[in-house]
Ligand binder design. Structure first.
Ligand SMILES: NC(=O)C1=CN([C@@H]2O[C@H](COP(=O)(O)OP(=O)(O)OC[C@H]3O[C@@H](n4cnc5c(N)ncnc54)[C@H](O)[C@@H]3O)[C@@H](O)[C@H]2O)C=CC1
Ligand SMILES: CC(C)CC(=O)C(=O)O
Length: 367
């Protein structure tokens, strides 16, 4: 991978490699853009096939956070971290302490939280070393696990997308296919079940499937069969890249609305589903509930205030659909437009000179 070429292409600010032999830490922190504020995004722990795959994932996810935070109206930039390893076997306290020290070394340019493979307990360990961590335990007055809040935001955004596709935002009686029923999707299934939706689910983890079958009366299918099931809404809630040349021809859903990051394998896949008349709720707009919730910790966590913002995901999806219609573009492009316009406006407003901290003239005074 030609790292600088890639960074230049998408305008990344910084890529940090962190290594600690004793604990086995091998981590990468990617900071995409800090125009709006410090880069906030979770830490993913995953068994990457290669170092290049880990770097690419960190970079792609970090850029997604820039767009997510901007579109959600947060005063935060985009960043993300990955730790290379098996979250079931390779974690230890020293690893997260070492990682916390690396984050501290960035002096607030990057703030972390949970992502796939990391937990509130891991964030609590990081908190021993740095304040630049969110999603820590409610015992510390913080917001805890972001997944249920992400799920609620996805549920709200799904309703807005359903309104566009079906003329009503009621999900009662709708058949919804959910791919991956982990932390976010378990909670999403609960909301959908409570509203009277019929669930078809899949996961590579049989226990996770069993739980939603038992608790919410979901029907289970094999992982490869989820794309082609007869359904109204497809909710991708596992990993990225699942809307691609192989899966698109199988889709029967009229709406795609789920939690996974980077759902479109390539931008052109967003064009194809648009031409097919599918209402796509852009991933980083609909799954912003978790980051909205943890970001509130930076102001002194207030759940009511955070949830009010999460409710707005309904309106944010409506806004994206409106821009898409107005400008005759697919929704994924409309979301990018929304985020990019906000970043550009803020960048422009910062072009005015304001004396913050060190001023060039202050050097004269010390002579
Ligand atoms: N946790 C959060 O608050 C947020 C999560 N997301 C994204 O949402 C997605 C889900 O996140 P979590 O629920 O936290 O992760 P998780 O790891 O708890 O759940 C993911 C589930 O997908 C399953 N899975 C993996 N590969 C699969 C496959 N090929 N077919 C079927 N199932 C498969 C896993 O077994 C697991 O149960 C991820 O893409 C994550 O980046 C985005 C925003 C916030
Ligand atoms: C706090 C996390 C849920 C933020 C994040 O990394 C994400 O939204 O993907």
């Amino acid at each position: 991978m030609e790292i600088f070429k890639y960074m230049e292409q998408y305008d990344y600010e910084q890529l940090v490699f962190c290594q600690d032999k004793e604990s086995g830490l091998k981590a990468i922190i990617a900071i995409h853009d800090t125009t709006l504020g410090p880069a906030l995004g979770g830490t993913r722990m995953w068994m990457y096939e290669s170092e290049d795959a880990a770097i690419e994932d960190a970079l792609r996810l970090a850029r997604g956070m820039t767009y997510k935070n901007a579109a959600a109206g947060l005063n935060l930039g985009g960043g993300k971290a990955v730790i290379i390893g098996d979250p079931r076997k390779d974690k230890n306290e020293a690893m997260f302490r070492a990682f916390g020290r690396f984050i501290q070394g960035l002096n607030g340019r990057y703030i972390t939280a949970e992502d796939v493979g990391t937990t509130v307990a891991d964030m609590d360990i990081i908190y021993e070393e740095t304040d630049y961590v969110t999603g820590i335990s409610p015992a510390f007055g913080s917001s805890g696990n972001p997944s249920p809040v992400t799920a609620y935001g996805v549920y709200r955004g799904m309703k807005a997308a359903a309104k566009e596709a079906f003329g009503s935002d009621s999900l009662e009686g709708k058949v919804i296919a959910v791919q991956g029923v982990g932390n976010v999707a378990y909670n999403l299934c609960r909301h959908l079940h409570e509203e009277g939706a019929k669930l078809i689910v899949t996961d590579i983890n049989k226990e996770a499937v069993q739980r939603v079958v038992e608790e919410f009366g979901a029907k289970a299918v094999d992982p490869n069969d989820i794309y082609g099931v007869d359904c109204d809404i497809f909710a991708p809630c596992a990993l990225g890249g699942i809307i691609n040349d192989q899966t698109i021809p199988q889709l029967k859903a009229k709406v795609i609305a789920g939690a996974a990051n980077n759902q479109l394998r390539e931008a052109r896949h967003g064009d194809i589903i648009h031409e097919m008349g599918i209402v796509y709720a852009p991933d980083y707009v609909i799954n912003a509930g978790g980051v909205i919730n943890v970001a509130d910790e930076l102001y002194g966590y207030n759940r009511e205030r955070a949830m009010k913002k999460v409710e707005q995901i309904y309106n944010n999806i409506e806004k994206v659909i409106e821009i898409a219609k107005r400008d005759g573009i697919p929704t994924y492009q409309a979301a990018d437009r929304l985020a990019e316009e906000r970043i550009a406006k803020m960048r422009q407003s910062r072009s005015q000179f304001l004396q913050n901290g060190q001023h060039i003239l202050s050097r004269r005074r010390t002579r």
